[in-house]
Design a protein around this ligand. Structure first.
Ligand SMILES: Cc1ncc(COP(=O)(O)O)c(C=O)c1O
Length: 406
């Protein structure tokens, strides 16, 4: 590949150097409009809250602000970033886990939508404040994700309240004075199968009915989390978002009617779907080695893109101006770990030092998971829109890094 939106990758490297993270605003806007229109077509009271953990650059958050989205935050800093990006509190969800008193103090009086992870989270919250509106994260007993590490419900998951115990949490909250209620789940990330979303929504709605009918409450919102996947390889197919929306909203509307829930807000918290395919990591070849295998090393590794080392994830990588795949290589970074290998036995062009290698689909869980391991400074982030580009976070400097020492 040679371009991102209408900007030449060589121009970006000559202006900003490498490695750099680059995001396409056009792609982010397309992704948002696609999922939003798919759902609102069938259920107008659907609200999209961008999951900040996927990409927390404030300039990216501002794009979502201008699209009229909300955010979903998992930590006090994500809440503060949302505020700085201009989101109103009623457009902010806070979904933590094992929330500390200090975490809860940040949001307890803010009138944000709180999805609490446990009955004990509510007990900790109640020592600070009992808000008017509370929701609990339910573990519906099943989960599914692209990897085990991103499967966030089911009997092995650390998240949420087992559905059998959720009644106790709502009962306690009601007795403590909570007036309005939501319900939440997040069962796993990177799912490409539309019917899975239908299955979990059906389950959550039945759980909601079971709890709410006993307590005589109606949900103000039903938050079905994120998890909408993207294809990372040429073999995978895109998630059919229109079919997903149809399946989910058909079940949702039918259950709302059956259980007399009225018309609660349907909330989605996508992260990956909105930003993953809008992000690129642009690197350059630093060394080529004929060892027992042939290795090509680039100037970013698991320090800046950890998904391959962490989950065994694959990111397509392309060389600028070279598309003839005439050799096989192991593509790696410069980090002193043998897990710092992006792909093994990869069909690749013949390259030389300095060639530009662009990794795809890194807009979600890319920069946010970057570290300073081996004491390398985090790269800059660039935003591209049509034929324009701008720096949206500068590269770290030695001074930034050194200034933390006492
Ligand atoms: C509570 C919650 N909501 C939303 C998301 C976003 O998930 P995804 O990027 O798969 O859409 C996550 C990711 O782990 C999450 O934990």
């Amino acid at each position: 590949m040679t371009q991102i939106s209408n900007v030449d990758i060589k121009e970006l490297v000559s202006q900003y150097g490498s490695p750099i993270y680059v995001y396409s605003q056009n792609q982010i806007e397309n992704n948002y409009n696609k999922i939003k229109s798919a759902f609102t077509k069938y259920y107008p009271k659907t609200k999209i809250h961008f999951s900040v953990k996927a990409n927390s650059n404030i300039n990216i958050l501002e794009i979502f602000k201008n699209l009229d989205a909300g955010t979903d935050c998992s930590s006090p800093i994500e809440f503060k970033l949302s505020k700085h990006a201009g989101f109103q509190n009623n457009n902010i969800l806070y979904t933590g886990n094992y929330e500390s008193i200090e975490d809860l103090e940040t949001v307890a009086f803010e009138n944000v939508k709180l999805n609490l992870d446990d009955i004990n989270s509510f007990k900790r919250l109640a020592t600070i404040n009992v808000p008017e509106l509370v929701s609990f994260r339910i573990n519906p007993g099943i989960g599914r994700g692209g990897f085990e590490g991103i499967t966030t419900a089911g009997t092995d998951a650390k998240f949420g309240i087992p559905y059998e115990k959720a009644y106790e949490a709502y009962k306690l909250a009601k007795e403590a004075g909570v007036k309005r209620f939501g319900i939440h789940m997040m069962t796993g990330s990177n799912n490409l199968e539309p019917h899975f979303f239908g299955e979990i929504v059906n389950r959550l709605m039945n759980i909601a009915h079971d709890i709410f009918s006993k307590l005589d409450i109606k949900p103000e919102y039903v938050d079905i989390g994120g998890g909408y996947g993207i294809p990372y390889t040429n073999q995978e197919e895109e998630l059919n978002i229109d079919l997903t929306a149809k399946i989910v909203t058909d079940i949702f509307k039918e259950q709302c009617l059956k259980f007399n829930f009225g018309e609660p807000e349907l909330i989605l918290e996508p992260g990956r779907y909105l930003v993953a395919n809008a992000g690129y990591l642009i690197t350059q070849v630093t060394g080529i080695k004929d060892s027992y295998k042939k290795f090509v090393g680039v100037n970013a590794g698991m320090n800046f893109l950890i998904r391959p080392a962490m989950y065994g994830a694959f990111h397509r990588a392309e060389v600028y101006g070279k598309s003839n795949l005439t050799t096989h290589i192991n593509l790696c970074g410069q980090i002193c770990e043998n897990s710092d290998i992006f792909a093994k036995n990869l069909e690749f062009p013949e390259v030389e030092v300095g060639d530009i290698v662009t990794f795809r689909d890194v807009g979600a869980y890319g920069y946010v998971m970057a570290s300073n391991y081996n004491n390398r400074l985090k790269p800059a982030e660039i935003l591209v829109n049509d034929n324009k580009h701008k720096l949206i976070r500068r590269k770290e400097t030695f001074e930034d890094y050194f200034n933390l020492y006492q």
